[in-house]
Design a protein around this ligand. Structure first.
Ligand code: FAD
Ligand code: NAP
Length: 338
């Protein structure tokens, strides 16, 4: 196993800031990870498991060991007339996995096309887009205790999935390496096109017969036209979560700001579009040196080139303060800060 010292992380995370880790290694199998647990360098350092680096911001150099997860493999483990259970290893690229499902005509993850990162991180924040979340298709998460090497299986309920949340982001943060995820996909998919932009795009594409592939293509088209490509402009997607407020708070805000963008939730509360709140505070398209707020989507903070992690973090704090002062709403960062 190779350990690299004072290793640059620039190409390992999508913000592309110039940071270093004290030590860096990669794992290609579960056995290799278990062997790693016995190494002094592993026992004596803070550990960070890294996937595609598309949901984190380093505000300083990482003073520990980064373990890049390269576990690969996609296999069908069970099927019946209506469903197929597919196990994907954590290091598989998420979008390639989605395309694999689309090519097999298995439904369930097509709305999640083009999300960067790896399969292993997908349960971490219960990735979601266009009305679909991992919790809708995740049957089981196979993980390894990072201290003892013990293997543990989490059912969907064990994962305690919530809005961009799971047990792995809180109680079990940094406690388990997610090694693989089992997805229950449909051979007779029920399509979810209720997010406005999808139907519009399908129409523009001239789609008459809905299919897993048509929806995936529509999502790819929308995302490509709207979101910054991390290969060109550093970013980690939405920097903040959409905040949830009570009906009372929503009604008060709506009276004051009739254009407020909000969605009623099943629990009686409302989800506010954080992008709208940030835009109204005047941040959309603003640039502070090389740290900025994207011109098309105010939820996305960007690195135009040489911004540091702390500059991006400070900008996020300015935004938090402005939204709090103007609307009395506290935004929460979605991106993992290190
Ligand atoms: P990383 O950034 O490498 O890691 C994120 C966290 O998970 C870290 O804390 C890390 O330690 C932990 N982790 C990673 N792998 C493992 C593992 N195997 N075991 C244990 N812990 C692990 N997210 C959405 O939900 N919906 C979207 O639509 C979406 N769109 C995006 C668009 C863009 C342009 C970008 C840049 C990001 C977007 N994201 C979106 C955020 C991000 O892509 C997802 O959260 C993705 O799942 C992160 O995967 P990753 O492999 O890059 O994780
Ligand atoms: P959008 O379609 O412009 O919508 C803006 C916001 O309104 C979204 O955040 C979405 O909430 C919410 N919304 C829209 N239609 C809705 C509906 N019918 N019911 C409930 N809520 C609705 O958003 P966008 O920026 O282009 O993103 C499209 C999708 O991709 C969203 O689902 C978004 O979450 C996802 N995305 C996520 C990231 C990330 O890093 N997490 C980055 C880019 C895109 P939700 O966010 O709750 O869906």
């Amino acid at each position: 196993m190779q350990f690299l010292s004072k290793y640059s992380l620039k190409k390992y995370h999508t913000f592309g800031t110039d940071v270093y880790t004290k030590c860096f290694t990669e794992i290609n199998s579960v056995t290799q990870f278990k062997d790693l647990l016995q190494e002094d360098i592993y026992k004596n350092n803070a550990i960070l498991i890294l996937g595609g680096g598309s949901n984190l911001l380093f505000t300083k150099n990482f003073n520990g060991l980064i373990v890049k997860n390269n576990l690969h493999g996609i296999e069908i483990i069970k099927q019946d007339e209506n469903h197929v259970w597919v196990k994907a290893a954590a290091g598989e690229n998420w979008h390639q996995f989605v395309l694999w499902c689309v090519n097999h005509n298995y439904g369930g993850v097509e709305n999640l096309s083009l999300i960067p990162g790896c399969v292993g991180a997908s349960p971490m924040q219960n990735i979601g887009a266009y009305g679909v979340e991992i919790k809708d298709v995740c049957e089981q998460v196979n993980a390894i205790d990072v201290k003892t090497g013990e293997e543990k299986t989490f059912s969907n309920a064990d994962c305690k999935f919530g809005y961009r949340e799971s047990v792995f982001k809180h109680a079990y943060k940094n406690k388990y390496l997610i090694a693989s995820v089992v997805f229950k996909l449909s051979k007779k998919p029920v399509f979810n096109t209720s997010y406005g932009a999808i139907e519009q795009e399908l129409k523009a594409m001239g789609v008459i017969q809905l299919s897993v592939k048509a929806i995936s293509d529509a999502v790819i088209n929308i995302r490509s036209s709207k979101l910054p490509d991390p290969a060109k402009i550093g970013n980690a997607g939405s920097f903040f979560k959409n905040p949830e407020v009570s009906k009372q708070k929503h009604d008060k805000l709506k009276q004051q700001y009739p254009n407020l963008v909000a969605y009623a939730l099943d629990n009686g509360n409302y989800k506010l579009a954080a992008g709208w709140l940030i835009e109204q505070c005047g941040f959309k398209g603003k640039r502070f040196g090389d740290a900025g707020v994207h011109v098309n989507q105010a939820l996305v903070l960007v690195n135009y080139g040489t911004a540091s992690g702390s500059e991006i973090y400070n900008l996020s704090q300015q935004i938090l303060d402005a939204v709090k002062n103007t609307y009395g709403v506290t935004l929460e960062r979605e991106v993992n800060i290190y």
